[in-house]
Write a protein that binds this ligand. Structure first.
Ligand code: BV8
Length: 240
């Protein structure tokens, strides 16, 4: 296990050119957004894998939309936390996130790749057109003006992440001198496989044990809101 100070010392020894920040649900936990697989779970007795699928939506679009509307309300009322705010100070960093909550952009991060889409974008199931809808829908499931059902514009289990998104992310991670892996259990594929393309220094920040503990160079077992601000300070000093 690495302390925050040891991670900072390692960063100070780097010929630091590029930084990539890779995040999962844990980076939003301190904003009050439940993670997928922690004890508090996400919703009632359902697992994300049961609801975030095309089959669940085909079977019961109203139930799936009830879940998403519950999350959309939670996220609308949430604020970026100290980790999001610190990451946003890395103006040139690429943020690759599995999260669909949009909190990195709300904190001010300008280069964000959302591997799994965005909970405030919807897609017409007939026309395939997408639009941003931040407010609560008057009725569920919502429909397009053409009459067809709208679905969340997110990648469900069993659906592909667009190849261009994967390729762009691999390209960036292969070239980065520092990769921060923050708040992910490393369970979801192919997102979790991206971390293994890093040839630079990889630092995981997660209070709990994950498979990345054996693949990242350093592991800081702290919450993101505690560890990320001082780590970002060190990165900014090194980039000067
Ligand atoms: C695909 C959008 C192929 C929706 C999401 C068996 C084995 C391996 C793989 C599979 C398998 N069976 C099926 C698969 C593939 C499947 C998969 O990986 N399943 C998992 C469950 C095993 N993957 C897919 O289906 C993907 N598509 O493979 O397509 C294909 C091929 C041909 C044709 C068609 C298709 C698509 C996966 C995308 C799913 N969509 N999200 C929505 O959000 O509603 S994934 C969902 O999980 C979220 O995006 C979330 O971000 C993501 C990953 O989870 P984490 O972010 O890691 O969150 P988690 O709760 O797990 O962990 C949080 C961590 O934070 C914990 O470690 C915790 O300790 C830590 N933490 C807590 N507090 C803090 C903290 N860390 C720091 N600070 C804190 N304060």
């Amino acid at each position: 296990m690495t302390s925050i100070d040891e991670a900072i010392a390692a960063i100070r020894n780097l010929a630091l050119e590029r930084v990539v920040v890779y995040t999962g649900a844990g980076v939003s936990a301190e904003s009050g957004i439940p993670t997928f697989r922690d004890a508090d779970g996400l919703w009632r007795t359902f697992r994300a894998e049961d609801l975030a699928t095309p089959e669940a939506f085909a079977r019961d679009p109203a139930l799936v939309w009830e879940w998403y509307e519950w999350r959309r309300k939670l996220i609308r009322e949430a604020k970026p936390n100290a980790a999001h705010d610190a990451i946003a100070r890395l103006h040139d960093a690429l943020v690759i996130t599995q999260n669909i909550d949009g909190l990195h952009a709300r904190a001010g991060s300008e280069h964000v790749t959302e591997l799994h889409g965005n909970i405030f974008r919807v897609c017409c199931t007939r026309e395939g057109t997408t639009s941003t809808r931040r407010d609560a829908f008057p009725e569920l499931p919502p429909r397009c003006s053409c009459g067809a059902l709208l679905r969340p514009d997110v990648v469900w289990f069993g659906e592909r992440i667009p190849m261009e998104t994967i390729e762009r992310s691999v390209h960036a991670i292969e070239r980065t001198s520092l990769l921060l892996v923050i708040g992910t259990s490393g369970i979801v594929y192919p997102a979790s496989s991206l971390v293994h393309f890093c040839h630079g220094l990889s630092i995981e920040i997660n209070p709990d044990m994950t498979p990345f503990r054996s693949s990242c160079d350093l592991v800081v077992a702290e919450k993101a809101g505690t560890a990320i601000p001082p780590i970002v300070d060190a990165i900014l000093e090194q980039l000067r």
